[in-house]
Design a binder for this molecule. Structure first.
Ligand SMILES: [Zn+2]
Length: 74
């Protein structure tokens, strides 16, 4: 299954802490389970999504998680 189609019919509900089926209204979408407002992504997925967008922009240095690299093979 294509992961994008998964996201297209489910949204993140912070109240249920999961991806849920939702009802769409004009401005917002609502969880069918709890009636709370749902978001397109949860925080982690949103950051991944954003990083993906930013990676497409030509930039000098890519901001990455600092991994200790001063351990050189001697
Ligand atoms: Zn919910």
């Amino acid at each position: 299954m294509d992961p994008m189609s998964y996201y297209s019919d489910k949204k993140w509900c912070p109240q249920c802490a999961g991806y849920v089926a939702y009802l769409m209204s004009i401005e917002h979408s609502y969880c069918v389970e709890c009636g709370g407002e749902v978001k397109l992504f949860n925080q982690t997925d949103w950051e991944i999504f954003h990083e993906g967008l930013q990676a497409k922009k030509p930039k000098g240095g890519r901001p990455r998680k600092k991994i200790s690299t001063d351990r050189e093979s001697a």
